[in-house]
Design a protein around this ligand. Structure first.
Ligand SMILES: C[S@@+](CC[C@H](N)C(=O)[O-])C[C@H]1O[C@@H](n2cnc3c(N)ncnc32)[C@H](O)[C@@H]1O
Length: 402
């Protein structure tokens, strides 16, 4: 069998010029060729790092082996597993994390959205913490997956999560060891409401337990979030915003500042009703479409008493050829993969003149802006640091027909 000859890695010291989308450091070889560098816990422009370059046909790649000169603003870790656990790629960015992330978005838009309107960046508040984490139990240890692998990093706390969730980790381990919770190796969802306090655990089989002062008890019911005037509940393993209070505040700020119409709100990929609850009072009526049946049941309960119709369906299949009329708003918040081509086709013939697209993967968002471009013009754009300490952001765009 023919084997491609291995290109030997070349040891080098390089200077980071800037950050690329995704958090890689961009450096250049002496001959000007581009090199992309990976490091756990953030890279700062200007830092000098030691690496071994692996050359590809058009560029080089390398992992940072050591820092020759590190930025003074780099924060001391403060988390014993930050370097190995895959949860917080920008942990050592410290106070500069927001600026580092903003610069990654600049890099993305320069390449993928060159005609973007001026955009607004919303920095996460310092106290934004995760209300949902995914833990793995091996039968002996409880923890997170190691960066880039499925092996385990045992943890006893998580400073990126709310204090209530973090404190529940050792209590969960005790209960697993005591066989109060099922002992088979599996993935667990740990989730808390808003304000953070009650803690729920769900196993892979969908069974749920609630943490009471005397330990874990099998429980039915939903995790409750009190956000402004709204009360939204969902099943413990179901989708909900990771930092709900911050998401509520950020989306509220963005969408209140935009001139939106007031006819029908089509809340597509609506989950348990987050956007209808946030915006619904500004519209005559709302239609929420979501394909996860149990989420739709929760949405019906959450939005009871409001003029909302909740439909369990695939959004693209449900959408008619001519969705809405002028004066209506189509709001789409699809999963990370973004809008599928069938949905884009339906949007090309929509009757509404206003559209808002929310995207939690910046690259997919840019692709979807291009897919919508034959009919929809991006007029307002905001980017939110909705997932602090990670390289992920939420993009929110307002479009007008024409
Ligand atoms: C990013 S979440 C947004 C949920 C909601 N807008 C919120 O903010 O809580 C995406 C949602 O789309 C749903 N979904 C995924 N694919 C879908 C499809 N083809 N049709 C309808 N809903 C879908 C998922 O179940 C999930 O609830």
């Amino acid at each position: 069998m023919y084997r491609k000859p291995e290109v030997p890695a070349v040891k080098s010291v390089l200077t980071i010029e800037r950050l690329a989308w995704g958090g890689k450091g961009v450096a250049r070889a002496e001959d000007g060729r581009l090199i992309l560098l990976s490091a756990p816990l953030a890279l700062f422009p200007g830092e000098q790092v030691e690496t071994e370059i692996r050359w590809k046909p058009r560029h080089g790649e390398g992992d940072v082996k050591a820092w020759v000169r590190s930025d003074r603003r780099r924060a001391a870790s403060g988390c014993p597993v930050a370097r190995t656990c895959g949860g917080c790629d920008l942990w050592e960015g410290g106070r500069e994390t927001s600026e580092l992330k903003r610069s990654m978005v600049v890099d993305l838009f320069a390449r993928a959205l060159p005609d973007a309107p001026e955009w607004r960046w919303l920095e996460a508040p310092e106290d934004a913490r995760r209300h949902r984490i995914q833990l793995h139990w091996t039968g002996r240890d409880l923890g997170f997956h190691r960066r880039g692998s499925h092996s385990l990093v045992p943890v006893t706390a998580c400073p990126a999560a709310t204090p209530a969730l973090s404190a529940a980790i050792p209590r969960m381990k005790e209960a697993l060891e005591a066989r109060i919770l099922p002992t088979r190796p599996q993935r667990w969802e740990l989730v808390t409401g808003t304000p953070a306090g009650d803690v729920w655990a769900q196993d892979e089989g969908g069974r749920t337990w609630r943490l009471e002062p005397d330990g874990w008890h099998p429980a039915q019911g939903g995790v409750v979030h009190r956000l402004g005037e709204a009360v939204l509940a969902h099943r413990p393993g179901g989708f909900f915003q990771v930092c709900p209070p911050w998401a509520w505040q950020a989306f509220g700020e963005i969408l209140r500042a935009w001139p939106l119409p007031g006819g029908t709100l089509f809340d597509l990929y609506g989950g348990v009703g987050f956007f209808t609850a946030l915006l619904g009072s500004r519209f005559q009526r709302s239609v929420l479409v979501e394909f996860d049946g149990p989420a739709v049941e929760w949405a019906r309960r959450n939005l009871e008493g409001t003029p909302t119709e909740c439909v369990a369906a695939d959004a693209a299949e449900w959408a008619p050829e001519s969705l809405g009329v002028p004066g209506d708003l189509i709001l789409l918040d699809p999963p990370r993969t973004g809008l599928d081509p069938a949905m884009c086709e339906k949007l090309h013939t929509a009757g509404a003149d206003d559209l808002v697209l929310v995207g939690c993967d910046g690259a997919m968002f840019c692709r979807d802006v291009a897919r919508l471009a034959p009919v929809w013009k991006l007029v307002d754009l905001a980017v939110v640091d909705l997932f602090p300490l990670t390289t992920h952001v939420e993009c929110v765009g307002r479009f007008r027909k024409g």
